[in-house]
Design a binder for this molecule. Structure first.
Ligand code: CP3
Length: 340
């Protein structure tokens, strides 16, 4: 698998490429399956449907890896929280974590078991996916998940979780530790079901100042990486802490690939991390609105990364109103430009 070779730093005939959020609303085929499944969470819980939408971007765009179709928030859901996706508002938890009793009530082993529908989706997908294409499993980082669980949904200020961080750090650490334990079991379950690599999404990493980032986010990600590497050394791990370009000097851990977000100049990431890790990324997702902007974006990144270990991707998820034509143009262009 070219994608896995690239994750492990081996030479490949071209630079592999996939897109974060590649299975989603910009694909009419996705909308069709989502509508027949009911809503988004039902789609996540029905392996037959989830496998179908996981495979769509591989068939339609020719990406080098499929990413499991699910969501980072199914973990708090199965830990016992009530989750809804409200159109226009995003995810909402009706019972956010407030008290010690709330933390004690969160399930760990049971949650990892209840995620069986994800393991089934992986098995079905891996059966149907071509042998030369990789299947990526994933989870949210403990910090990002804890933020959703404490805020009860998306937030602009992070007021509730940061109030805890500075006024009752032990409480926040308890939540983070509990989520981390579930994530270890969950990623292990994904690996045992057949994923070829895993990615840890830390979408809210950039909400934290440097010291807090390492204490409340990164050390839990490192813990998950060390746990997985101890048991499954051959499975590549990709980390994606979004928006931490100022902290790259101190980034360290037992992972293989560092996902560079679009706000971090790829040249800077290469200087700071390129000799230790494979880099993934990082075209600005809205460049997909224009072929000219795609040409310039791909050219810029390919020039900087031409002699370095690299996986092409966007610097965050693809947006729902991007045309399929332009998405395919991006994938084809990367393959063509990086061929050796
Ligand atoms: O990348 C993929 O194609 C695989 C599937 C995937 C989804 N979510 C599907 C999804 C992955 C890897 C995620 C990760 C995820 N989910 C993250 C981390 C990555 C990031 O974008 O920073 C986060 C923060 C979430 C939480 C989440 N899930 C939000 C904020 C939303 C609402 C977004 C919106 O635009 O409405 C979701 C819903 C969601 N997850 C959708 C999809 C395809 C849209 C659901 C739909 O309407 O069909």
């Amino acid at each position: 698998m070219i994608f896995i070779d690239a994750c492990l730093g081996k030479k490949t005939p071209y630079t592999p490429v996939w897109m974060m959020r590649q299975a989603g609303r910009y694909l009419p085929q996705y909308m069709k399956v989502r509508n027949s499944a009911g809503d988004f969470l039902s789609l996540c819980k029905k392996p037959e449907f989830a496998a179908e939408v996981t495979l769509q971007p591989v068939d339609i765009l020719g990406v080098d890896a499929a990413i499991l179709f699910s969501d980072i928030l199914v973990v708090p859901l199965e830990m016992g929280m009530d989750l809804r996706f409200v159109a226009g508002e995003g995810p909402l938890f009706s019972n956010p974590i407030l008290t010690k009793e709330d933390v004690d009530a969160l399930e760990v082993a049971k949650a990892a078991k209840q995620l069986e529908y994800v393991y089934q989706s992986i098995k079905l997908t891996r059966e149907r996916l071509a042998d030369d294409k990789a299947l990526i499993g994933f989870c949210g980082a403990p910090w990002t998940l804890a933020t959703y669980m404490i805020e009860g949904g998306g937030t602009k200020t992070y007021g509730k979780v940061k109030k805890l961080l500075y006024s009752n750090p032990d409480f926040l650490h308890q939540v983070l530790a509990k989520v981390t334990e579930v994530l270890k079991l969950y990623l292990e379950g994904q690996i045992q079901s057949g994923v070829n690599a895993v990615q840890i999404f830390d979408s809210w990493a950039n909400a934290l100042e440097e010291e807090a980032f390492f204490e409340f986010s990164w050390r839990y990600v490192q813990d998950i990486c060390s746990f997985l590497k101890g048991k499954y050394p051959h499975i590549p791990i990709i980390v994606f802490p979004k928006g931490v370009s100022g902290y790259l000097d101190k980034i360290d851990g037992e992972f293989d690939v560092f996902g560079v977000d679009w706000s971090t100049p790829i040249k800077l990431a290469k200087e700071k991390l390129g000799n230790r890790y494979v880099l993934q990324g990082n075209m600005e997702p809205t460049r997909l609105y224009s072929k000219k902007a795609i040409n310039e974006g791909v050219e810029h990144i390919a020039n900087i990364m031409q002699n370095s270990r690299h996986i092409f991707n966007l610097g965050h998820g693809i947006l729902p109103d991007i045309s399929v034509e332009n998405a395919k143009y991006f994938i084809d262009l990367v393959h063509q430009k990086t061929k050796i």
